[in-house]
Design a protein around this ligand. Structure first.
Ligand code: IMP
Ligand code: MG
Length: 188
């Protein structure tokens, strides 16, 4: 992106998911996880940076104890399509052997990132691994993945806000929106 947005709202074509819908969705996921992990202390592993806001809201909707940890992986460049290559930039600090792991993702798109991560974490001998994704774009899957916890299905459009970025911007936009095409056409 060659320009800095002055007013984020001005760059948005439409709102796809409101703040209220986000709050209700995260509350529902928190209930499902609390119910399924009662008596356990799962390790929630958020995939940065996209999942940072979701993770922060989700853990506060759990009424069971949990641990949190973070990973940074890269599969996307600056733009909007996956490179198909996944690399660990920051690994876990936690030893997940015999632990119940929940991977917390912002959005399941091609599925390449999650299937790679599950493969890596499985080798470390956790008691279980499940996936909690806030958004799912089923039309875009190229790898077969069935998340156990799924917030909302979204159409095949590039979305920003609530942690999701375009070229690292718009993560702090409080709802989920679609950008105006002119925002992308600035980019080469
Ligand atoms: P996947 O490996 O193709 O499933 O890519 C997942 C990652 O791509 C997500 O964790 C996001 O960081 C990013 N991503 C996929 N779709 C979108 C989108 O619509 N907006 C912003 N980021 C996206
Ligand atoms: Mg991203």
């Amino acid at each position: 992106m060659n320009r800095d947005p002055v007013d984020m709202k001005n760059d948005m074509l439409k709102t796809l998911i409101t703040k209220e819908e986000l709050i209700a969705t995260v509350a529902r996921l928190g209930k499902e996880i609390s119910r399924d992990y009662r008596g356990k202390t799962p390790v929630l592993v958020a995939v940065l940076k996209g999942a940072f806001i979701f993770m922060a809201d989700l853990v506060r909707q759990l009424d069971i104890p949990c641990m949190v940890d973070f990973m940074v992986v890269s599969s996307y460049g600056k733009g909007m399509t996956t490179s198909g290559q996944v690399k660990i930039i920051k690994d876990l600090d936690t030893n997940i052997k015999e632990k119940d792991v929940i991977i917390v993702e912002d959005i399941l798109d091609s599925g390449v990132t999650l299937s790679y991560l599950i493969g890596v974490l499985r080798q470390r001998g956790p008691a279980s691994i499940k996936i909690c994704t806030l958004f799912d774009k089923p039309e875009r899957h190229v790898v077969e993945i069935q998340p156990e916890y799924r917030g909302l299905e979204v159409p095949n459009e590039f979305i920003v806000g609530y942690g999701l970025d375009y070229a690292e911007i718009y993560r702090n936009y409080p709802e989920i929106a679609v950008l105006k095409p002119s925002v992308y056409s600035d980019e080469q």
